[in-house]
Design a protein around this ligand. Structure first.
Ligand SMILES: Cc1ncc(COP(=O)(O)O)c(C=O)c1O
Length: 447
């Protein structure tokens, strides 16, 4: 941590002891911060004062190659020079104008820009939020408000958020839902998780049995469906890309039963997979798109893009911090930089390099059962052995710990037994090579 940053902290809280010990801060965090998703036995305290591109540091100054982008938040890496320049230019502009109570140019312009990059030729509009879960809730509320239907189709696994209605459509880990009442009626279909096909089929020769099963389920359960909410790549479920023909057939099913398709692009959107939106790989236009994470350039920001009108009247839905001008401007800058620097193409190319490298490692490893991904959204799935493909959360946890603690490769788990790779879209060929080299060392140490 930089000396002046330490001084600043002392100034802000004169009674506090500002130590440089990782152990101290871990203990104090445990005391002061509610349990959420921390894994304090693996990750050291991150130095909040330094970092550049995909590099982050702990309090001792150790450098790590970050393959998480803060769970797909920092699409442009840390301290992106173009973003810095941009922030200097808007220094002094107003930051705190509630965009949903008063009109401001940045919000309107950002809405126009998002509509420009959204597929489909029907009339749409944008609702701004401050998180992914809230972007999902905006879509669900919009459908209930405009259709007066209250039942949704969602998948297993599926992650759409942890609050209210978004938790109701989530099915990721029991711990997230236990004892929290279900806020919506949901019919669940099996996610097209081809490596673990519940119908025992192989992706290259199946008849999309999972989709037929969903169609049957609807007939058995109910046909009054407000909408289908779907992740084209199941993010928290283990980075599982749905087959493109499945996505096309799901769109057709939505049309057939006259319901709306919501594409949850909170983790996969904003260029990460090699298109602005991951559903575009299937050449399909959804009715709604939910986005967040990368959209705000590191600030809490989200958006739901849906058919006009999304709500039947003023006041049906709103958020105090939705559409703040400063973040809307940053968001426009992020979109502009991605376009100007061809970062979607970079995501596609570097993603291919990453996937190929991970497949090479898989070939000589008895514990990597599957390697998959689209663009810079990739994962490896750990198994006890390749004959049974039994999921191994133990190997996964040990591998994550080895990557972070021994190889200085900052990675995150996903699902029960996968490790995800979500580097910034600015990642270079050399940096992917370094990540692969470090990951291979970790795999060899753990297996
Ligand atoms: C696909 C998807 N939808 C929704 C969410 C919820 O986003 P947030 O945590 O910003 O509410 C997430 C978060 O990981 C996500 O991956």
């Amino acid at each position: 941590m930089k000396r002046d940053a330490e001084e600043l902290l002392k100034e802000l809280f004169p009674d506090a002891v500002i130590s440089r010990s990782n152990k101290d801060w871990i203990t104090r965090s445990e005391q002061a911060i509610a349990k959420t998703t921390q894994s304090r036995d693996i990750y050291p305290v991150v130095d909040h004062t330094q970092g550049e591109g995909p590099w982050i540091y702990d309090l001792k100054g150790n450098q790590y190659l970050d393959m998480t982008s803060g769970v797909a938040v920092r699409a442009l890496g840390f301290q992106n020079p173009a973003v810095h320049e941009f922030e200097k230019r808007i220094h002094g502009y107003l930051r705190e104008v509630p965009g949903q109570d008063f009109d401001i140019i940045p919000q309107t312009l950002l809405a126009e820009r998002l509509l420009q990059i959204t597929p489909g030729d029907y009339e749409r509009e944008v609702f701004f939020t401050t998180s992914g879960g809230r972007a999902v809730e905006a879509a669900l509320k919009s459908l209930m408000d405009t259709k007066h239907l209250f039942r949704f189709i969602a998948f297993r696994p599926a992650f759409h958020g942890r609050t209210g209605y978004s938790l109701a459509v989530t099915a990721s880990k029991a711990i997230q839902k236990n004892y929290f009442p279900q806020g919506l009626d949901v019919i669940r279909g099996p996610y097209p998780y081809c490596f673990r096909c519940p119908f025992g089929q192989r992706e290259d020769e199946c008849d999309l049995e999972c989709l037929h099963y969903l169609r049957d389920t609807i007939q058995y359960e109910a046909t009054d469906i407000a909408g289908i909410i779907f992740e084209p790549i199941a993010g928290e479920g283990g980075i599982v890309p749905a087959p493109l023909r499945y996505i096309r057939e799901l769109r057709a099913l939505a049309n057939e039963i006259e319901t709306s398709l919501i594409s949850d692009e909170v983790q996969a959107g904003i260029g990460r997979t090699g298109h602005w939106w991951s559903i575009q790989h299937a050449d399909v236009a959804p009715d709604y798109i939910c986005t967040a994470k990368s959209l705000g350039g590191g600030f809490p920001f989200g958006a739901c893009i849906g058919p006009k009108p999304m709500f039947t009247d003023y006041g049906r839905h709103s958020e105090t911090f939705g559409g703040e001008p400063y973040v809307a401007l940053l968001s426009l800058a992020v979109l502009r930089i991605i376009e100007r620097d061809n970062l979607i193409e970079n995501a596609r190319n570097r993603g291919e390099q990453l996937l190929a490298g991970l497949k090479d490692i898989q070939a000589s490893s008895p514990i990597i059962g599957d390697v998959r991904g689209r663009g810079l959204m990739c994962a490896v799935e750990l198994v006890t052995d390749k004959t049974t493909n039994q999921p191994s959360s133990d190997f996964r946890d040990r591998l994550v710990a080895n990557c972070v603690k021994k190889q200085n490769l900052w990675v995150l788990g996903s699902g029960r037994n996968a490790i995800r790779f979500l580097p910034p879209l600015t990642i270079s060929t050399e940096q992917i090579d370094i990540a692969l080299e470090r990951f291979e060392k970790a795999v060899k140490a753990v297996q």
